[in-house]
Ligand binder design. Sequence first.
Ligand SMILES: Cc1cc2nc3c(=O)[nH]c(=O)nc-3n(C[C@H](O)[C@H](O)[C@H](O)COP(=O)(O)OP(=O)(O)OC[C@H]3O[C@@H](n4cnc5c(N)ncnc54)[C@H](O)[C@@H]3O)c2cc1C
Length: 402
Amino acid sequence: MPHAVIVGAGPAGAALAYLLARRGIEVTLLERARDFEREFRGEVLMPSAFDALGQMGLGKLVAEVPQVRIRRVRVYLDGRPLLAADLDAAAFGGVPPALVSQPRLLEALVARAGVFERFRLLRGAVVRDVLSRSGRVVGVRAQTPDGEREIRGDVVIGADGRASVIRRRSGARVRASRTRMDVVWCKLPLPDFQGADPHLRGYLGGGHLLIAAPAADGRLQLGWVIRKGRYGELRARGIAEWIEQLARHVSPDLAGHLLEHRSEAVHPFLLDVRSDRVARWCNQGAWLIGDAAHTLSPVGAQGLNIAVRDSLVAANHLLPALLAGARPDALDAAAGRFQAERLPEVRTIQRLQALAPPLVLSPARWARLLLRASPLALRFMPSGGAVARRFANGVTQVKLRV
Ligand SMILES: Cc1cc2nc3c(=O)[nH]c(=O)nc-3n(C[C@H](O)[C@H](O)[C@H](O)COP(=O)(O)OP(=O)(O)OC[C@H]3O[C@@H](n4cnc5c(N)ncnc54)[C@H](O)[C@@H]3O)c2cc1C
């Protein structure tokens, strides 16, 4: 039976491992971490990913993962309500997005893959390099809890995220776009006003954006969008002072909560926002999927969703080539079809993601005027709804065929 070596058990790698294992492929999934209790990551599941996971037969599994359904978005400008949107409505097809626990989701995915006897997960296995023969990647070298190991397979898939070793060691060329922002994340206790009506808030104004949403662990997740490179200055001032600063930009109910709980902030960290894409998603025979192929900015909360959709389409193309004898030319042709099918969605999402920051992060008067006019503009310009629909439902159709 053909053997697939998958590096990285994030959403892309774990979902692809499951899809291949359930069709009898021998799968070795190598994951650097010993467990999935990691920092906050992209945890928003959009209808597009609910649909993809449902097609994979994982609808019930996903429903059992701790999550909060976000039914409304409220946007404020300079601390005052600007607009509110119902996420059950048209753009979301009656399925609101949810903040899910990514650690629980990943544990559930690898447990489900573990039902199949040819699947194995190596935890604490850090891939350091690829193994090559005649210019083709034929395996990986990994540091594991039992020492260094070489693992060979018919195909190597890099699902190892934004700092992908497989991307680097297979010689992939990267095209990066300039990003103007970073995001500082932290969590606070959940305010009472979120209890009966879980909703996401966005606070705009004066070159700032704060996102506040209820997370699956029962806390309030805060994301403070800053201009790139400002984190050092914020950190020097300390987290309590930083939260005091946030309180000056939000509505009175949240301001009171922030000030009362400013010393209880947990998990503060910086997301160095990037937006890039490799020119070829298969280099020297090694496939790249998810963030390893294209790192997305957090605008529109797309990372997790695009990663899951990549895994579905990768399985559609990879599985038949593996089952037909895993010939290198057939695998490379399948990789070309995979990239051709996924590229339009990734390219469109990256283009849409680049539109918001210049407006939202500008302290200029014109930006404030445009933001103030946005409820009216959204009512009369169908393009606003079209962007929301793309972030919610995806740009292209993905259908599992294997
Ligand atoms: C700190 C952080 C915060 C983020 N915040 C947001 C956000 O707010 N909004 C958003 O949309 N997206 C966000 N993202 C991105 C989002 O989490 C990803 O887009 C999504 O998880 C992509 O899934 P993936 O499977 O491609 O990669 P990942 O989820 O990054 O998974 C890659 C996996 O590979 C493993 N790995 C890496 N290197 C090796 C190696 N050498 N050997 C073995 N295993 C390895 C990692 O441990 C990880 O489990 C964030 C990402 C990070 C890192």
